[in-house]
Design a protein around this ligand. Structure first.
Ligand code: ZN
Length: 132
């Protein structure tokens, strides 16, 4: 079951150019920097309350984030909802007729298990479900 928003993903060309805004001006806590090879991104994770802000910088032109920036520019990329069981959640969503990009979970930042819904099924908002 989905319990809360886990994080909001924001696509940026360079983490360096954006970290100061979140860390020094908004004064969010910078949890860590991580490279997620499966997604070809570097991430900076900030925390505000129970919600995290995930800045995503592509490490390759093949990265989905590079493709997103080329098409739409920098900005909000996805919203991630937290679930206690990502496998069951995928099964449930497919039963509801939702088109899943990931039918099998993959690994996201912080060792989470994640899956993306197809934006066609979620009002063009790229939606992720993730399990800690
Ligand atoms: Zn995410």
């Amino acid at each position: 079951m989905i319990s809360q928003i886990n994080h909001i993903g924001i696509a940026v060309k360079s983490l360096e150019n954006h970290i100061a805004f979140y860390r020094d001006i908004l004064k969010l806590k910078l949890l860590d920097l991580e490279e997620v090879n499966s997604q070809k991104v570097k991430t900076a994770m900030f925390k505000i309350g129970e919600v995290k802000i995930e800045l995503l910088e592509p490490t390759s032109e093949e990265s989905p984030i590079a493709k997103f920036i080329n098409k739409k520019g920098e900005g909000i990329h996805h919203i991630a909802y937290e679930t206690d069981d990502v496998v069951n959640e995928i099964k449930y969503l497919e039963e509801q007729g939702i088109n899943m990009i990931d039918k099998i979970p993959r690994y996201g930042a912080h060792g989470t298990k994640i899956a993306f819904l197809h934006p066609k099924s979620s009002g063009k908002v790229l939606t992720e479900i993730c399990q800690k």
